[in-house]
Design a protein around this ligand. Structure first.
Ligand SMILES: *Cc1c(COP(=O)(O)O)cnc(C)c1O
Length: 463
């Protein structure tokens, strides 16, 4: 094994006292800010008051604040984090050895909690602010189920009611996640459902639809806004979620600084952009302030390529068009990606913060095909021991590609990637990979055009 192991441990853990006491808001350091959310009726920026009808007040404040760099993490949230954080930063010595690369590879592992992903970092924060506001409960959507699981854990801990609209195809195909949520006390409804007006409408227009995140969001929002004491919470995309996920990057930065490590390339998978946004935040802050330079790479599935093939425009965040308009790289709110196994990466849009950073050329994006991703997942599982989530494996794939490039050029780059979660609930996907029946579907330009046709047209929003 690599001789350096004596200098840098296999796993770098922080002390509890070194965990971040504040979240970092990367927007504060952006000269050109992400575009504001717009009211679809007036096309004016959404106000605190308007957003507070849907979201918790403190979360709206965080959402709208693009100048405050640091937000204190309340003690109760910090205490909850201590149950499963700090998360380890791992030096992938075994993978380096296997690849025979001069590159140094690190990954930040967020899968060490029952939800199996980084989503718990924001779930506990959002549930905490809902509780502070005296609410009875929260509603949400979940695709593959990771976010719903994380939120149900946080709600159980704080004694809040949790109502989850789960994309129907996942509800049927992933009964285990559904049961974890129910064990934590959540009420889980397959979406689209007949329990909301928007669900009925979607079912009338698309009978037999297996649902999408966009539909489930519409239903969850309707549920929250028509029930006293409830608000809607979202597991990705929004600025507030990136803010909470900054704990990933802040811990990573502290751990790396302790050992004098500076990453050259930082890689993460991108669904709505929360784990990647969180991982890169403090590093991007340095880049924005001109203190250091890094290469950032967002990795998305070729079947749902919002950054690499989408349009940068104002679009609806949901299928029912009940949410505010967000400016983002988007495939159109009507785009329903072909069935792929990275359920957490199937959203049609991308965080406005990441979209703006990408548009300014501060971050790159790549899209990768499913079978290549699973090859990387298998290689990683066999040599590093962890069974990665399909979503996380997108980052693994590009990290391996980068490490192999270093092998050719002889460069000793330091590569950091986010290992967002574990794949125990994704064994159907592994089964189809192992059986050789996994397919790669890449949407044609015509497929994408159908989605783009649904992007709202108004002056200044030409695509
Ligand atoms: C949800 C999820 C993602 C993608 O969501 P982001 O908001 O883009 O981070 C990635 N990995 C895992 C394991 C997930 O559960």
């Amino acid at each position: 094994m690599n001789k350096e192991i004596n200098k840098i441990p296999y796993k770098i853990y922080l002390e509890e006292s070194e965990m971040p006491a504040q979240y970092y808001n990367v927007r504060a350091d952006m000269k050109k800010k992400p575009a504001p959310l717009l009211n679809p009726a007036t096309l004016q920026p959404m106000t605190q008051e308007e957003l507070s009808a849907v979201f918790c007040e403190e979360l709206v404040r965080q959402e709208l604040d693009d100048t405050t760099a640091y937000f204190d993490i309340p003690q109760e949230i910090r205490d909850f984090y201590k149950m499963y954080r700090p998360s380890p930063l791992v030096r992938a010595y075994c993978l380096e050895e296997k690849l025979q690369t001069p590159a140094k590879i690190y990954y930040k592992f967020e899968g060490n909690n029952t939800s199996g992903s980084h989503k718990l970092n924001s779930a506990i924060a959002q549930a905490y602010y809902a509780k502070q506001q005296g609410l009875k409960g929260v509603t949400t959507e979940t695709g593959a189920g990771q976010w719903g699981t994380a939120l149900s854990m946080a709600c159980a801990y704080l004694g809040l009611d949790c109502r989850v609209y789960m994309v129907k195809v996942s509800y049927e195909q992933k009964p285990f996640r559904r049961e974890v949520m129910r064990t934590y006390g959540a009420n889980v409804t397959p979406s689209p459902s007949m329990t909301t007006e928007v669900g009925k409408k979607i079912l009338a227009e698309h009978p037999g639809t297996t649902g999408s995140l966009g539909c489930a969001i519409s239903e969850a929002v309707e549920d929250a806004t028509t029930h006293e004491g409830y608000r809607y919470v979202l597991g990705s995309v929004l600025n507030q979620v990136l803010l909470h996920q900054s704990v990933i990057g802040l811990e990573t930065k502290t751990a790396m600084d302790k050992y004098g490590i500076k990453p050259d390339v930082i890689i993460g998978c991108a669904g709505g952009g929360s784990n990647l946004g969180g991982l890169i935040s403090p590093f991007m802050g340095e880049k924005l302030r001109g203190e250091a330079d890094y290469q950032f790479i967002a990795v998305e599935p070729a079947s749902c390529p919002s950054l690499t093939r989408g349009k940068y425009a104002y679009d609806f965040c949901d299928t029912g068009m009940v949410c505010p308009l967000a400016k983002m790289y988007t495939l159109g709110s009507g785009f329903i990606p072909s069935a792929n196994h990275a359920g957490g990466l199937r959203y049609h849009g991308m965080s406005s913060t990441l979209s703006e950073l990408y548009d300014q050329g501060l971050m790159e994006a790549r899209s990768v095909e499913q079978t290549e991703v699973f090859k990387a997942a298998e290689e990683f599982a066999r040599i590093e021991g962890i069974l990665p989530a399909p979503e996380s494996s997108h980052a693994i794939k590009v990290a391996i590609d980068e490490a192999l490039k270093c092998k050719e050029t002889g460069e000793e780059k330091t590569i950091l990637f986010g290992l967002t979660g574990t794949g125990y609930f994704d064994l159907k996907a592994y089964e189809s990979f192992n059986n050789g029946t996994m397919t790669d579907y890449i949407p044609t330009d015509e497929d994408l055009q159908k989605g783009f046709d649904g992007i709202p047209q108004f002056p200044g929003n030409e695509i």
